[in-house]
Structure formats: C-alpha cells, structure tokens
Ligand binder design. Sequence first.
Ligand code: N7H
Length: 443
Amino acid sequence: GLNLTNIQGDILIGMKKNKELFFFFTIINSTLFRSQLGSGILPLITPTSQLLAVDTQPTTAVNLAFSQRGLTTLDITDDLGDTAFANGQIDNVASILGDETSNWESAFAGTSIHGVFLLASDTVDNVNATLSQIQALLNGSITEAYSLQGEARPADQQGHEHFGFMDGISNPAVTGFSTPLPGQQVIDPGLFLLGETGDTVTRPAWAKDGSFLAFRQLQQRVPEFNKFLVDNALSNPNLTADQNAELLGARMMGRWKSGAPVDLTPTVDDPVLAADPQRNNNFNYSHPGFDLDTDQTHCPFSAHLRKTNPRAGLTPENTANHIIRAGIPYGPEVTDAENASNVSSTDPSLERGLAFVAYQSDINAGFAFLQQFWANNAGYVFEIDPIIGTDGLGQADVPRSPSGLDPADPTRIITIEQDFVVSRGGEYFFSPSLSAIQNTLAI
Ligand code: N7H
C-alpha cells in the first residue's frame, strides 16, 4: 500500500474545506528557511492519513509545494524529470496553453514565486492564524509574492463552481488507495505520485511520493455565460425558456448544474441521480445500438467533461492522461449590477473564478496535455472545449463551432464567439513527501 503518513493530504483526497488560501512566497533567506523547515514547519504539514478520519483532521490543513525556482533557491539541483516543471508555466503560456499573456497576473509572469502554502479551514480567521504562525516560524525568511483566497460559494451553491455546476464529482480512483465507485476509472498511483507503480521516469530517490501541482487562476465570466445560454436557448417544446437555457449549459458542460451526467439524462435534469454516488459517475459515453464515434444524442463530443476525459473513447495511447483535481472557487458572487448589464465588472475585487489545482506525475501528460491536445484542439473529437478551450495560440474570443449541443438536431452548429473562462496565469509546483521535507529540503 501507499505510505499515507508521508504523502501530502491534498494530492489523493483534497483538503475539502470551505476556505483555502493559496499563499505564494519568495524565499529571501534560504539558509534560515531551510533551518526552520524540519522542526518548525513540518509538524504543521497535513499528510493524507490525517485527512482520512474526521477526528484526526486539523483545524487548518497545511500543504507546501515548491516551484523549480524555489528548489534552485534552496540549492536543490537534482533534476526531477519533468521539463514542464523545470521550465515553469510561463514557458507554456501561449503556444501550449493558449493563454493571452497580457491577462496574466504579474506575479505569475514574473520570477518571484518560489513556493506556495495551501491553507484550508472552515474560516478565514483560522487560515490567517495558521499563516501568522508559519510566518513567525519562518522568521522573515520568506515574503509574500501573491495570494489568492479560495472560498466555497454560499448556501445551496456550496460545492458548485461560479457558473453554477456541481464540481468535484469525478476524480480517478487510485490503485491501492481508494475503493472505486461504479464507473470510476482505476488508475495506477504512479500517474500521480513519483516513484510509484506506473511512473516510468528516473527520479532522485527523495522525490518518491511527491506530486506535481499545476495551479491556475481561471477567471469566469459568469454574466456573459448566462447571457449566452439565454440568447441561444434550445427549443425543446416540453421545456420552459429557462429550462431550455439550462439544457444548453448542461450540454456544454456534460453535466447538469445538479451534477447529473448528460450522458445518462440528455434532455432533462435528474437531481436524484445527481446526488447518488453509486450512479452519478457510472457512464462512459457508449450505448448499445449507438456508435461511440458518431453519437452525440447522449453527450456532445465538445462537452467539457467529455473533452477532458473521453472515458470509453480513450485510446490505448491516452492511458496516461489523467489528473486529480482539487480546486476551489474564488471571488464574490455576481452582483445585481453585473446581472443587469450581463457584463463582468472590471473591478478587481469582483473577479471570480476557479483556483484550479491538478496533481499528476507528468505535467505534459496531465494538465498540459488535457488543455493543449484535448480542450484547445478542434481536431480532437470535433471541437474546442466551450468552457476552457482557446484557439491554442494565445488569442482571445476566437469563434468555435461545436455540433451536438442541440439534442433535437445533433448536426446543428451553435457558434460560440467568446471565452467564458480567462486564464490569469499560474505556476507548476512540486509537492514533496514529508520525508523529503525532513531529510532533503530542511537542514
Ligand atoms: Fe473542469 N465547470 O464547472 O465548468 N469541470 N472546469 N477542468 N474538469 C468538471 O465531474 C470547470 C478545467 C476537468 O472525469 C466539472 O467532477 C471550470 C481545466 C476534468 O469525466 C465541472 C473550469 C481542466 C474533469 C467543471 C474548469 C479541467 C472536469 C464536472 C475553469 C484541465 C472530470 C464535475 C474555470 C485542463 C471529467 C465533475 C471526468 C470536470 C468546470 C477547468 C478538467 C462542473 C469552471 C483547466 C478532467
């Protein structure tokens, strides 16, 4: 089995709290930092084992990860065997991820981010208290480069991201760790943890049981998304206008806002199915009597869910293209003024989106592959992902023309002329095992 006391808790199960601060830091005194890491910081780091039972969960869960620049600053010169990590996310910006560089938060575009603390708790006060404790222990050896406060949405929207869709339903099951739910893909631990079964890359021994964390600040243009759905609502005669707008959104996503999969319930929401973990992930886009390669009556090929995980459509070459997601929404609810104008405010304090976190042992097979070769690729199962896709060249609002969105006429094309998700940048990090923090990173 896996050494769950040694693997940071966010990787396999996620910290799953209502508040999560991403505190990006610069190391200004590496010797002092390393001297505080083992005795001071390590006891605060939350391993997987502590998150498994409610009675061992800390008030504030803490995880820690480093950029390549951060490891270099700590005089760690070993090659971890991942070029995307070594070069940093900015190296991928336009040609691979398709981001418009001008939208990047300056901290992500710069060189000051050496690492990130992930602090998760029920309240912002708890998070801030733990951050103060960490800063006191580190005694001036780091400074803040940037931070992003993630928070679950309020009331009945808890667990839903800002477009309104239930998130966090589908993640892979990991061999030797989780018991798969019906329909859940079972994946070797080495696709997420370095040095475990399924990881074929040569790594330094101390990197075992670490994972690469791809962080992205993804802004969501919620009023624009809602307006698009209303303006292009489908025309199912059995549905109201609102329901026809919801139907279009569900088909762009691959799930209804409730979480019910479109593949199982293509034209009408089913909240009971959505809430049933035995059924809500038990589908793979294949249906008796339908051709997997042409059938869009159940789920459109371009649906975000199907683009980022084609399930039965996976070819043998694609068996390594899996990530574990652990993101959380950030930013406030849409204001009345934004709703009335159908336009996102330009006030930075009103920016909202997803603090996206993906874990994998190979960034070019994981997050970067999903974004570049699936989401941004009009040649792969027909169209660009209507939620997160771009033209893949770094240009905004490039029109895309998916078919399949209208179940009454799957050949009909509905043109989408804008990006509803705008990348504000991010960085690639390495989330080391606790023993690596103790024995290699600390002095
Ligand atoms: Fe996505 N959303 O709410 O629109 N995503 N995603 N994602 N995503 C998923 O099944 C969303 C993003 C994946 O196993 C759901 O758990 C938003 C990126 C993958 O069938 C919803 C953003 C990448 C899956 C969203 C965003 C992915 C998935 C359904 C950005 C990778 C699982 C909930 C703002 C490059 C697919 C669920 C599967 C599911 C949303 C980004 C990948 C609702 C808003 C950048 C692999």
